[in-house]
Design a protein around this ligand. Structure first.
Ligand code: FAD
Length: 518
């Protein structure tokens, strides 16, 4: 095995990749940590979350109902034990966020205002700033993190690969914004690197979030779960692809209608609930209508009218920035990738199948969401699991490794070509054939096209390939996974899916510079 020389930094504390709600909740719950994050601290999907966080705290609500709603929306394969554990932590989590300064919306008596969203049988959505919940949570957690002297923040630095010592993960190979490659050696690594939006041509996620943690775990041979289940949001503003600004479904709940360029309410002929049909049905219908040459709009001018400015300020402002006055004009919308139910398989402590490696938030798959995510359950899961991961890491006897580390053999090649990687082609391939509606021919074609892209496989190409392979295997339609060649549910397939990729060949690392212990 050849050795590759690299600047090496030794850390005394566990290392967290990512600074969305999962990463920050983990860091704040540990005594000492290092946070390596691709962009600025707090950047990611979390800060864009609109609707809020689910918690059964109303007197008329019950934990059992939150669990039942989660399982029903999860398409028959969500894990009831996980749903019970996470939903039961929700009230405590809301208090934890309030203690950190998150200012949730309150009524005249000072009680938390609770919204209702699709799939929930009760009002249980805690929100902030109307539709700016994620921004408020991240504002509060970011301030708390920056104030903590035991949290070392390393922004503008990307995970390229995980470093393995024997059978355990003990660090990451990272690429800084100025192009340097560094080895960060640490006693334990927590992946909190978010979802996979950057894999698709259109997503509500920032483009930075492109499955880096999932791809790195796959290259180490970690077990992955439920990869075929990708949720597409039906209504994102059709002005920009990354992030495509979300137009919350609460507007449809308030009576906004979907029309095409002729003013035709096309959903009326498709589903008895028209605009309020399940999220995947609406997303598919809009996608098909646009593919047949139509343009699609959300019209809230009669139902919500001027109130959109006060009640949905994020949507109103995003539309205004695109030159649309949503009080008077319909908003052009199109579906966009929104959330990945699949990810690195973990237990309820966030442990992956590889020692020294934990995962939480959207990069992980606990089984909470099954085949489809109940609205407002993901901020909740990310923060609850951040706490649980921190306890698990703290109770594990971990030491910074002193033996020779290894990384996948193409890690340095991928780092040096990081900015040239053909992610554009991946996004088109994924959108066209691994997207909202899939079939065998399209999935096989996608796999061939991904294979034909020049250079070492990028993270997004690896993730797209894994999703395509999992989607090929699932010969039925369930939750967010829709196969036009297998449009029905198959009772025999009512199980989560797991895959353990073969680990990549590895190369040894040897320190180039004197190691710095921080
Ligand atoms: C527009 C929008 C609205 C939403 N609304 C809601 C809602 O109302 N309620 C709800 O529950 N959920 C909502 N969601 C989903 C929810 O926001 C996310 O699932 C959740 O915030 C994920 O948190 P996270 O910490 O796992 O990931 P993120 O918040 O995405 O954070 C990932 C972090 O990892 C970093 N990162 C990525 N790649 C690398 C790398 N290679 N190296 C280093 N760092 C890296 C990113 O920069 C970021 O800091 C919404 C999502 C979007 C996009």
């Amino acid at each position: 095995m050849n050795a590759a020389r690299v600047e090496t930094i030794l850390h005394r504390h566990p290392l967290i990749v990512g600074s969305g709600i999962a990463g920050l909740a983990t860091a704040l719950s540990l005594n000492g940590s290092v946070v390596v994050t691709a962009a600025g601290v707090g950047d990611g999907s979390s800060a864009l979350a609109q609707g809020g966080m689910a918690a059964a705290i109303d007197a008329s609500d019950a934990l059992a109902d939150h669990v039942a709603d989660t399982l029903r929306v999860g398409g028959g394969i969500a894990d009831s034990r996980v749903a019970q554990a996470i939903a039961s932590s929700a009230p405590e989590l809301v208090n934890w966020l309030i203690e950190y300064g998150a200012a949730f919306d309150r009524g005249p008596e000072g009680d938390l205002m609770l919204g209702r969203e699709a799939g929930h049988t009760a009002r249980r959505i805690v929100h902030a700033g109307g539709d700016a919940t994620g921004a408020e949570i991240i504002r509060a957690l970011r301030i708390a993190t920056v104030e903590r002297t035991d949290i070392m923040l390393i922004p503008r630095t990307r995970l390229i690969d995980l470093i393995r010592f024997g059978d355990s993960i003990g660090g990451i190979l990272a690429l800084t914004d100025d192009g340097s490659v560094e080895a960060h050696i640490a006693p334990g690594v927590v992946l909190a690197s978010g979802g996979i939006g950057g894999v698709y041509a259109r997503s509500t996620n920032p483009r930075d979030v492109q499955g880096a943690g999932l791809a790195a775990a796959a290259r180490q041979g970690a077990t992955l779960a439920d990869l075929e289940f990708v949720q597409f949001h039906p209504t994102a503003l059709a002005v920009r692809d990354h992030p495509a600004p979300l137009v919350t479904e609460a507007l449809r709940g308030e009576g906004a209608i979907l029309v095409d360029e002729n003013g035709t309410r096309f959903m009326v002929d498709i589903h008895p609930d028209a605009e309020l049909a399940p999220r995947d049905v609406v997303a598919r219908s809009i996608w098909q209508h646009r593919r047949s040459g139509h343009r699609t709009y959300l019209d809230s001018t009669s139902s919500v009218g001027d109130a959109i400015q006060e009640r949905f300020p994020t949507v109103f402002t995003a539309a205004l920035e695109a030159g649309i006055d949503a009080r008077r004009q319909p908003i052009e919308i199109a579906p966009a990738e929104h959330y990945h139910m699949g990810g690195v398989a973990t237990d309820l402590d966030g442990r992956t199948s590889i020692s020294g490696l934990w995962a939480c938030g959207e990069v992980a798959s606990t089984g909470l969401h099954g085949a489809n995510r109940l609205a407002s359950n993901s901020l909740l899961e990310a923060a609850v699991m951040g706490h649980r991961v921190a306890s698990s890491v703290a109770s594990s006897v971990l030491e910074t490794a002193d033996e020779q580390g290894t990384v996948p053999v193409d890690a340095f090649d991928r780092a040096s070509r990081y900015y040239e990687a053909d992610t554009y082609s991946v996004r088109q391939i994924a959108w066209n054939n691994i997207g909202i509606a899939r079939d065998r021919q399209g999935l096989e074609q996608a796999l061939e096209e991904l294979e034909a892209i020049d250079g070492p496989p990028s993270d997004s190409s690896t993730v797209a390939g894994l999703i395509a392979a999992a989607a090929l295997e699932r010969t039925e339609s369930r939750g967010a996974h829709y196969r036009t060649d297998f449009p029905d549910l198959d009772g025999e397939l009512a199980e989560r899916s797991h895959v353990t990729p073969r680990p990549h060949a590895r190369v040894e690392l040897s320190p180039l510079s004197a190691s710095v212990i921080r």
